[in-house]
Design a protein around this ligand. Structure first.
Ligand SMILES: Nc1ncnc2c1ncn2[C@@H]1O[C@H](COP(=O)(O)OP(=O)(O)OP(=O)(O)O)[C@@H](O)[C@H]1O
Length: 263
């Protein structure tokens, strides 16, 4: 379970003060898939960095399975948008996926098994000996996902991971992430600026307000677990949910606040 309680983050540098997060509270149950959307600059990346223990909140808490997060927690994996920068170009695909497993102290045989299972899961079983720069953008992003999955995290954070790939690859990666989530039951938080993507992927969409950020809406996505890029997106239920999230983003951009939220 991931709990975010009255989280606030103010950046202060060179006389400039930015209140990236005003006051955010929500919790995600174990095994849940939640998407986070909000206008540009709403503090989505900052929120994920606080969850990952990479940024210290100004106030409030992040609690993971009962323990406060004060540094990068064990059992958490993060996939960023800039996959090109997150893979080591001088290491092969296999070695890139293996590195965090070595740091975890796993024995060789188990590491080898996890690496090949993760590569098979992202349909890259033959690419283990290649270098990242020999692969397409979509393949590199699949390597980044394989690395996160091989680590067997309890919690997976993804920050706009498909923003830089073409539409077809993006659809494939969306289905891959949903499949992995359903197979492995990893608690997943997925930041996206794409409203349709948030509804298609999530069991829940948390809409953030503009700065100073709070939770503007929390939408339960009660679509069937079995989803399909064509038929699911064409259903009236999908259209209705998309309209609600869209309205939330419009409200956020217009500076509207949730009832009871401080201005
Ligand atoms: N290290 C930092 N130092 C100072 N200000 C920062 C820092 N990181 C982010 N900010 C500021 O905090 C605010 C929120 O940034 P953040 O990247 O978290 O938003 P975001 O919702 O992820 O934005 P986008 O959707 O455009 O990626 C912005 O005004 C940004 O300029």
């Amino acid at each position: 379970m991931v709990e975010v309680r009255n989280l606030k983050k103010v950046y202060e540098a060179q006389g400039r003060r930015v209140e990236a997060i005003g006051n955010i509270t929500f919790s995600i149950s174990r095994g849940e898939f939640a998407c986070i959307v909000g206008p540009s600059g709403a503090g989505k990346t900052t929120l994920l960095k606080c969850l990952a223990g990479l940024v210290t909140p100004t106030a409030g808490d992040v609690v993971l399975d009962g323990d406060p997060v004060t540094g990068p927690p064990r059992g958490m994996a993060v996939v960023f948008q800039e996959y090109g920068r997150s893979l080591f170009p001088w290491k092969t695909v296999q070695q890139n996926i293996d590195l965090p497993l070595r740091q975890k102290g796993l024995p060789r045989a188990e590491r080898d098994r996890l690496v090949s299972e993760a590569l098979a899961a992202v349909s890259l079983a033959d690419a283990g000996r290649a270098y990242p720069w020999q692969l397409s953008g979509g393949m590199q992003q699949r390597v980044a996902i394989a690395r996160a999955v091989a680590y067997e995290p309890h919690v997976l954070l993804m920050d706009e991971p498909f923003a830089a790939v073409d539409a077809q690859t993006r659809a494939d990666l969306e289905d891959l992430v949903r499949k992995l989530w359903r197979d492995l039951g990893i608690t997943t938080l997925f930041v996206t600026h794409d409203i349709d993507e948030s509804v298609y992927l999530g069991e829940r969409v948390i809409v953030l307000s503009a700065s100073p950020t709070h939770v503007l809406d929390d939408v339960r996505i009660d679509l069937p677990a079995e989803r399909d890029q064509v038929t699911t997106r064409a259903t009236p239920e999908f259209t209705e949910l998309r309209a609600r999230v869209h309205q939330g983003i419009q409200d956020a951009k217009a500076g509207r606040r949730a009832a009871g939220a401080a201005a």
